[in-house]
Design a protein around this ligand. Sequence first.
Ligand code: HEC
Ligand code: HEC
Ligand code: HEC
Length: 434
Amino acid sequence: MKRLVTIFTANQWKCIAVFWAYVMISAVLVSMMLATTVIAGESERSHSEQQLLGAYLTRVGNCMGCHTTKGGQPFAGGRRLFTSFGIFVTPNITPDKETGIGLWNEEDFWQALHQGKSRDGQLLYPAFPYTEYTKVTRQDANAIFAYLQSLTPVPQSNPPHDILFPYNFRPLLAIWRALYFKQGVYASDQSKSEVWNRGAYLVQGLGHCNACHTTRNVLGASQDDALVGGQIIGMNWYAPSLSSHLEAGSSDWEIEEIVALLATGITKRAVASGPMASIIRQSLQYLSQEDIYAMAVYLKSLTGNEKRNIPAVKFPVMSGSLQRHLNFGGKLYEKYCQTCHGVDGEGVPGIYPALAGNRGVLMNSPFNTIRSVLNGGYPATTAGNPRPYGMPPFQQILRDEEVALVVSYIRNAWGNRGSLVTTVDVDRSKGGND
Ligand code: HEC
Ligand code: HEC
Ligand code: HEC
């Protein structure tokens, strides 16, 4: 060692020290550079992960369902939504700079989704369900935005809304919002499980179930966020209560059956029809198993609205003359319906819904049942039910009196008990869009 020390002069030692310092610093710099490239790679990856998450959340929110016309370019808007306030035409939300949201940034998008304001500050109509989307977290909103911005821009201008006076005067929305709009991200209920909270977040927020499953006042404002059910504006469909077992509440259902209904649209005792079939086809069938399960846990926990939904209509006493009246309906049933729905209204599991004990048929409001008979329809096409069997429309085959008779019959056969249906009800069920 001593020899080694004497090999170098003091100056030479200095040089070696500087050289080593140089090597060390370079090494640190290089490793830092490597680290930054790794970080950059990670952020690129997390960017595409964010877009993937955004694509998924966009499904949950069913943005495409409203922002696409039949046969049109996805997200380019132009779909007409009929309401009692007039016709809303959905805007283009592809990243086209002129006609879409290509010039928007994250902040603008958050303002739309969370506060219901457009980029220029204009107040948006609640036909865009920001009244529910306001519950979505900033992180999820950013992911949706990242996904929308990654789409191919579609230059497409859409016609303006065709809204009736005075609703066509946007500034009036300020009053509406002051009265009815509660802005705020979903707040977890600490007394409930994580799964329950995830379900509540999805149902109340992005899933915007309350956009339909609620009672609305004349100004189209939801009266309650407890999913109590109500007539859908402009659709002539009744969205049943999800919190009353007399309608579509699922407190007494097994979780697995709720999951199956949401994911496939059909179970042995229920089938989702009309607008609900669309929601399942366009949105719910794509949800992860965890999220559908979470939704089911939340839906199962909803109770407490039974009192409000106690049937207001007295069921008819089964007198001899009533029985004879219903027998006419029974004859029609035998002729037109029995081949599919069965002698005892038992249906065929997974193919034709049972009508005996069917909660949709037994509901106070007969409108969905009448609509099913008039217009026929298909359950949702889903991975779990890829080639659904349909029901033919009877509007051209049966007269209104006959529809009233056959619906009265199925509401009172095989142990079912419901109010009788009149030709006035049949007439009122016509029109509206799906
Ligand atoms: C029930 C139909 C419906 C659904 C579902 C829907 N939208 Fe819309 N959206 C509309 C309508 C209608 C408007 C126009 C509102 C207005 O003009 O005031 C709109 C407006 C918007 C706007 C504002 C555009 C602008 O130029 O100001 C954005 C952004 C938007 N929607 C994004 C979304 C996203 C993201 C989703 C899914 C999370 C979604 N929408 C789901 C109907 C819908
Ligand atoms: C566009 C309006 C609309 C939206 C949004 C909507 N629903 Fe529905 N839903 C309906 C209508 C109409 C019915 C009645 C027809 C039927 O029974 O399928 C219904 C029926 C149901 C039923 C009962 C189905 C049966 O046959 O027993 C369940 C459960 C349900 N909806 C859950 C949900 C959930 C959960 C969401 C949110 C993820 C949701 N709905 C969003 C319109 C809607
Ligand atoms: C060719 C077979 C077929 C015939 C005939 C048929 N149906 Fe259906 N029915 C179906 C199918 C399939 C569905 C599910 C359709 C849907 O979800 O939109 C259905 C649905 C219904 C529903 C809605 C049930 C629910 O849970 O929402 C009612 C009510 C109904 N049918 C009554 C009748 C009556 C009354 C007749 C005779 C006038 C009839 N059907 C004739 C196949 C049939």
